[in-house]
Write a protein that binds this ligand. Structure first.
Ligand code: FE2
Length: 112
């Protein structure tokens, strides 16, 4: 599947795959933004500017968390990987097993 805007109207399954591709691209952008803000923070001497950029950087971290959770809600395999991540204690995982099991693609799109 190509990245970017699809050339024709997608089927329901491919629409979901396209949505996941876009969300993963959005996630990459947020991570790159964090690194860029951090690099600028590390190279700027002005305390006021550093403080503002630090605030913005932290907002980007919130966006990473939001996108990560959204992807996990839509992608069952990703959700399972978060729920069973052996590198983290269960209470420290991004998505808990109980939370992950309770959500489905259908439940996501029925919510506002
Ligand atoms: Fe952002």
């Amino acid at each position: 599947m190509a990245y970017g805007k699809p050339e024709s109207k997608p089927t329901q399954a491919s629409a979901m795959e396209q949505l996941l591709i876009w969300l993963r691209e959005d996630l990459m952008g947020e991570l790159q933004a964090i690194n860029q803000y951090q690099a600028h923070i590390d190279n700027i001497d002005d305390a006021e500017v550093k403080e503002l950029l630090s605030h913005i950087r932290d907002d980007e971290k919130e966006h990473v968390a939001e996108l990560t959770h959204l992807i996990a809600r839509i992608d069952a395999i990703q959700r399972e990987k978060f729920a069973t991540d052996h590198t983290m204690a269960p209470e420290e995982r991004v998505v808990g097993a109980e939370e992950g099991e309770a959500l489905t693609v259908g439940s996501l799109f029925g919510k506002k």
